[in-house]
Design a protein. Structure first.
Length: 254
């Protein structure tokens, strides 16, 4: 009897399963709101309109990345500002005339017995500005006068015995240099090669200053001068005569 009851229970369960499958299929085939509407509309290809609306072209339109905010123009504008604000080269156009006055503050051993006299220089730079890689410079010429007098301290010198002094107690002359000026912000370095009287010589100067507009320039600095032909009247101590000036200069560009 128990065996028959068990078979009946299994048979009823199998019928129940098939009944549920048929019920689910009828559910999908039905036309109610949870049948075709769910199957065909919610997940149909036409449903792409939902995504199209959510991520329409208006959300990511070209206006969001318009030319006003383009990367290329932003970088170009930034680069232009940087170059204009930070470029330190002396790009003034026109000839630059620089007049300076100085006095020796140091002399080498050959001139140890000589006192320096105030001297002046006139420099003129051409309007051209040259560059070699990151280095910018201008070229020009410099005209020089210089003077030294023999130190007569503790000497009883008068007009009669002055001729006994080397060069009669006077060492002076004029010179000419071709110069190159390297600029960096308010400072510049000036190098020159030329002649003092008939002696081969060179000069170098380091100065700092400020410009008033693009016309007037005021500078202070130090300047060294070296000449290699020592007058025979001067007792020879070395191979050259040299001195260092402190100077102040005023320039004008026209």
């Amino acid at each position: 009897m128990k065996f028959i009851i068990l078979i009946l229970i299994i048979f009823l369960n199998i019928n129940n399963v098939f009944a549920q499958e048929e019920s689910f299929d009828d559910f999908l085939d039905s036309d109610d709101d949870f049948g075709l509407d769910f199957e065909d509309e919610e997940f149909s290809l036409d449903g792409e309109e939902l995504f199209d609306d959510e991520f329409s072209d208006n959300e990511f339109s070209d206006d969001e990345f318009s030319d006003d905010f383009s990367i290329d123009e932003s970088f170009s504008s930034s680069e232009s500002i940087t170059l204009e604000d930070n470029f330190e080269g002396d790009t003034r156009s026109g000839y630059s005339l620089l007049v300076s006055g100085g006095i020796p503050v140091f002399r080498n051993n050959t001139l140890i017995d000589w006192n320096g006299s105030p001297s002046g220089r006139i420099s003129i730079d051409l309007p051209n500005y040259f560059t070699i890689g990151p280095i910018g410079f201008r070229i020009g010429a410099e005209f020089v006068n210089y003077g030294f007098s023999y130190d007569e301290t503790d000497l009883n010198i008068n007009d009669q015995n002055r001729d006994q002094l080397p060069l009669k107690g006077k060492l002076n002359g004029i010179g000419f240099f071709g110069v190159t000026t390297f600029t960096s912000g308010p400072g510049n370095l000036r190098l020159g090669v030329g002649l003092l009287n008939t002696s081969p010589a060179y000069t170098f100067a380091q100065s700092i200053g400020f410009a008033i507009g693009r016309v007037l320039d005021v500078r202070i600095g130090i300047r060294g001068t070296v000449a290699y032909s020592i007058p025979k009247e001067i007792p020879t101590v070395g191979t050259h005569i040299s001195w260092v000036d402190s100077f102040i200069a005023t320039g004008i560009t026209f």
